[in-house]
Design a protein. Structure first.
Length: 444
């Protein structure tokens, strides 16, 4: 295992965080918090949001990020120096882990239907189990389904064990969902990114004693001045993947370009649809006006150069780019897709929501904003104010309240879980007895 940074020893108090004689209430006790991440050295939304939350918590707690894999020397995103970073399996060239016989064997504990299962091996299983068995954390947070299964199976019972769900439930393979339902019953909480997804988990997963809570991602302030709403630029960002529907956005922009030829569309991101989208730009006659700009990190500087940001997705588990645009005082026109946009955008106040899959409606909303600079500026101002909901401080406070509630309700939740388990066991044992009794009644 590799340790790339260190933080204050676990349990050591920071005097500035203690209560004062003047009667100020003490802050929550300092906790040892561990995040389990697929690959902290990669680029991705889950990596970025986990680092944001871990960095915000590191000001008040001792935080460790455990990366299941490490494929490069330095993480692509900057990591708060107060965070301890540990990697379990090193896949860099020349690593001894590559020669380990367990690395050549498929994972047995990581669920096969998790989309990342091909990246996991028997060595991953063994290292994850060993780390969790000796982990002394107060709180352990998993960040993807397969890792949450590791946590449920091997995580220490003395710790609060929390599954974060960065995708909505229906995004998981249908054969993975019952696996998650079975293992998530052993956890203390499941945290979703939206209230809508939390409601789905409560309705469709029977999780006695498990708290299902919605806590959105942290989207830090940009430090950039607000956009001035004068640039004739529409921006969009995300993976160039089918679900993001950049093809629909281009169809809508073709309508916009026919009426507002001076306005340009800039699409930021990389992915498998790049060539197809480039071909579509040519087919629609948009060459030179719609541009695939590649990946930009951070994206906020590009959004600040635009006057409108657009999203045409079919689904969004949260909608990071929407909030990032709002941080820049740029109004967003988004499809009202499940599950995130409607919880982020107030239609007509700080952005616009339009029906999913409707390029005409998307184009109409874009044209309305293009035609009215004062409206763009007013919506942008409202958007910047609304984005403060995603500041680090309120999100950290919500997590700290969750940790405290889970500790105080642990005995009651354990009783709920065990009573359900016992009743289910009694029913299983009675089932054959009742079947024999019904058979006897039929014969007599």
């Amino acid at each position: 295992m590799n340790r790339t940074s260190r933080n204050r020893p676990a349990g050591q108090e920071n005097p500035r965080e203690q209560g004062s004689p003047e009667g100020r209430p003490p802050r929550p006790r300092r906790l040892r918090i561990v995040f389990l991440l697929h690959n902290a050295y990669a680029i991705g939304g889950t990596v970025r949001t986990t680092l944001n939350l871990a960095g915000a918590l590191a000001g008040r707690h001792d935080v460790t990020i455990v990366s299941m894999a490490r494929h490069r020397d330095v993480p692509r995103f900057e990591i708060d120096p107060r965070i301890t970073l540990v990697s379990l399996v090193d896949t860099r060239d020349g690593s001894a882990d590559l020669a380990d016989p367990l690395y050549a064997r498929p994972a047995a504990d990581f669920p096969a239907r998790d989309k990342r299962s091909g990246k996991y091996t028997r060595l991953s299983d063994v290292r994850a189990r060993a780390y969790l068995k000796r982990c002394r954390a107060d709180v352990i947070i998993g960040t993807r389904p397969g890792i949450n299964v590791y946590l449920a199976r091997f995580g220490p019972r003395r710790a609060l064990r929390i599954a974060q769900e960065h995708l909505y439930l229906d995004a998981h393979h249908k054969k993975l969902r019952p696996v998650l339902a079975r293992h998530y019953r052993a956890l203390d909480a499941v945290v979703t990114m939206t209230e809508a997804d939390a409601a789905v988990y409560r309705a469709r997963m029977h999780l006695p004693g498990v708290r299902v809570e919605a806590v959105p991602n942290i989207v830090p302030p940009t430090g950039l001045p607000p956009a001035d709403a004068t640039a004739k630029v529409i921006a969009a960002a995300g993976r160039l993947a089918p679900g993001k529907r950049f093809d629909l956005l281009l169809a809508a922009y073709a309508i916009v370009a026919g009426k507002e030829p001076e306005w340009e569309l800039r699409i930021y991101g990389g992915g498998g649809q790049k060539e197809r989208l480039q071909e579509l730009i040519g087919e629609l006659g948009l060459t030179g006006r719609a541009r695939l700009m590649g990946t930009r990190t951070p994206i906020e500087a590009e959004f600040a150069r635009a006057s409108v940001v657009a999203s045409a997705s079919d689904t969004e588990s949260f909608g990071m780019t929407l909030v990032e645009a709002m941080r820049c005082a740029v109004p967003v026109v988004s499809t009202d897709c499940p599950l995130g946009p409607a919880e982020i955008i107030t239609d007509g106040v700080d952005g616009r929501l339009v029906p999913t899959g409707d390029p005409d409606a998307l184009a109409t909303a874009l044209l309305d904003l293009i035609a009215d600079e004062d409206l763009r500026r007013a919506m942008g101002t409202a958007a910047r104010a609304s984005a403060h909901r995603y500041d680090p401080e309120p999100i950290v406070a919500r997590y700290e309240r969750l940790f405290a509630d889970l500790r105080t309700t642990r005995a009651r939740r354990t009783w709920q879980r065990e009573s359900v388990r016992v009743r289910a066991g009694v029913r299983r044992r009675l089932r054959p007895v009742l079947a024999r009794w019904r058979e006897w009644r039929t014969r007599t």
